[in-house]
Design a protein around this ligand. Structure first.
Ligand SMILES: [Cu+2]
Length: 130
């Protein structure tokens, strides 16, 4: 009986501890279409420590639940930039950006317009706007 109680107590503290390491956050990630959504969500969910990922095309907000002991917010931003998507903290290199499908080129004014969207990219101004 005492042993069982001790066991329960240990299980209780382990679950409290892993709960405390779980954080939720919102990151702005640039993109224009369903292909972007799939690329963002499928790649980020594959990372160790990411528990939930949901990107919204309308407001460009990526909702995340992650384990801060396994991955940092900084690493998440850098990873998103590495797959070609600008975030509110990290800008994708031209090399990574250029690997995106032509229809996903969210820095291009015409591409954004073709998706029925009326907005500027998170970073800088649209390429062909001037
Ligand atoms: Cu896309």
């Amino acid at each position: 009986m005492t042993k069982f109680f001790l066991f329960q107590l240990i299980v209780f503290f382990i679950s409290i501890n892993s709960f405390a390491q779980t954080k939720s956050t919102k990151i702005i990630v640039d993109g224009v279409c369903m292909m972007c959504e799939e690329r963002i969500e499928k790649n980020i969910i594959g990372l160790k420590g990411i528990k939930l990922a949901n990107w919204n095309l309308e407001n460009r907000i990526l909702k995340l639940v992650y384990n801060e002991k396994k991955i940092s917010l900084d690493e998440i931003h850098k990873f998103l930039a590495s797959i070609g998507h600008d975030t509110n903290k990290e800008i994708a290199s031209n090399q990574a950006y250029n690997l995106l499908d032509p229809c996903c080129q969210y820095r291009d004014f015409q591409v954004v317009k073709d998706h029925g969207l009326d907005r500027k990219p998170i970073h800088g101004s649209n390429k062909k706007e001037q």
